[in-house]
Design a protein around this ligand. Structure first.
Ligand code: HEC
Ligand code: HEC
Ligand code: HEC
Ligand code: HEC
Ligand code: HEC
Ligand code: HEC
Length: 222
């Protein structure tokens, strides 16, 4: 029926030998809306029907699923708050191929571009405009084109391991493996990573201090 109507209209216009540009435009706009992904009505329930399993449910019990906080992904569009609008994905996903992908995090084939991954988190975490405490990232030591939030954070876990000192070393050593054997001595010894983790000394979300005595425009820092 959907297809028949516009075609029929076009046919009438064809007979009159005068396509109605307004009608054609509204017909095409309708098509575009149908093609564009939107947020699903069902939210996480729709996703969990196919993406079942403990890892998928764990995110709802993490800080991102805190029922008392109206600013969490789960209070908004649930899974789609991070992965993007899923209406077309859920309708065509039977079997797996040929549907617009959602935002895929990480480094696997088919993963979203790095900036898209980072933006998906910074939409909420970049500045206070979202109502959430800002977490500096842009301009930090790790704001390199290869590194994104999920390089360190595991959001599909009830407790993100990098937030606990005891578990940090393992995550940081994934890239800084050389420091396992030869971390510079602090005081007289190599730090006890199991006890101190890494973030106790390296505040990874802190912006580097501006260099002293650098002339910035007209202002010279004394
Ligand atoms: C009808 C089943 C179905 C539903 C419902 C569904 N998906 Fe999928 N999803 C799939 C299939 C199949 C794949 C492709 C797996 C593959 O090709 O490796 C996939 C892939 C994905 C991926 C990429 C995974 C990766 O690492 O490659 C993400 C992310 C994803 N879905 C999230 C969601 C979200 C969020 C929802 C809810 C809005 C959802 N899906 C609903 C079946 C479904
Ligand atoms: C806070 C943002 C966020 C929310 C909310 C979220 N995800 Fe994810 N998702 C991620 C990130 C980041 C990854 C990459 C792997 C990781 O960090 O665990 C991921 C990975 C995935 C994958 C890839 C497969 C895998 O095993 O790694 C699928 C599928 C997926 N999420 C589906 C979902 C579904 C379904 C929901 C809702 C129940 C959901 N996600 C909620 C951020 C999110
Ligand atoms: C819809 C908004 C939203 C999105 C999108 C979002 N977050 Fe959050 N996040 C929150 C809120 C709200 C909290 C609760 C703490 C707060 O209010 O500061 C939180 C907390 C966190 C915490 C602290 C967890 C803890 O255990 O205390 C981490 C880490 C985090 N988010 C990382 C991420 C990452 C990584 C992504 C992207 C994959 C992401 N967030 C996407 C809203 C969001
Ligand atoms: C190099 C690893 C790394 C990367 C990359 C990273 N984080 Fe973090 N993040 C951490 C660590 C470690 C902590 C815990 C800090 C601590 O223990 O003092 C943290 C803490 C947080 C917190 C909690 C803040 C608080 O004050 O409690 C949020 C929210 C967060 N990160 C979000 C993000 C987002 C969003 C991104 C990407 C834009 C990101 N992180 C990228 C390592 C990282
Ligand atoms: C995905 C890989 C990756 C992960 C995971 C990672 N880093 Fe990094 N880190 C880098 C890269 C790349 C640089 C930049 C190196 C450079 O520019 O010399 C860097 C730089 C640093 C530096 C500055 C080094 C210097 O030469 O000044 C410190 C300190 C650091 N990281 C600590 C951490 C800590 C702590 C964690 C865990 C919370 C962590 N990193 C996790 C890749 C990573
Ligand atoms: C007790 C404090 C402390 C702890 C804990 C700590 N570091 Fe460091 N780290 C330092 C100091 C001090 C330096 C030397 C900084 C300098 O010379 O500029 C350093 C230097 C580094 C550098 C740069 C090395 C270089 O060659 O310039 C990296 C990378 C690094 N640490 C990673 C880590 C990782 C990963 C962990 C956790 C497994 C960790 N650190 C735990 C204090 C600490």
């Amino acid at each position: 029926m959907f297809r028949f109507k516009p075609l029929c209209l076009l046919f009438i216009c064809f007979l009159a030998n005068q396509p109605d540009p307004l009608m054609a435009e509204s017909w095409f706009n309708e098509l575009l809306v149908k093609r564009a992904p939107a947020y699903t009505q069902e939210g996480a329930e729709a996703c969990l029907a196919c993406h079942a399993g403990e890892k998928m449910r764990a995110v709802g019990r993490s800080a991102h699923g805190d029922p008392d906080n109206p600013l969490t992904p789960f209070a908004l569009h649930e899974c789609e708050s991070c992965h993007g609008r899923g209406s077309i994905h859920i309708s065509r996903a039977h079997g797996g191929k040929g549907y617009p992908p959602l935002t895929i995090f990480g480094y696997t084939r088919g993963a979203a571009p790095r900036d898209e991954q980072v933006e998906a988190c910074l939409d909420c975490h970049a500045d206070e405009s979202s109502g959430i405490d800002a977490v500096p990232f842009e301009g930090t030591l790790h704001d390199k084109w290869i590194i994104n939030c999920s390089s360190c954070h595991r959001v599909h876990a009830e407790n993100d391991p990098v937030m606990t000192r005891r578990n940090q070393a393992e995550i940081c050593f994934a890239c800084h493996s050389s420091k396992k054997e030869e971390h510079p001595k602090v005081g007289k010894r190599v730090p006890d990573f199991d006890r101190m983790g890494c973030a106790g000394c390296h505040r990874v979300h802190r912006l580097p201090k501006p260099e002293k005595n650098v002339v910035q425009g007209q202002d010279a820092t004394p």
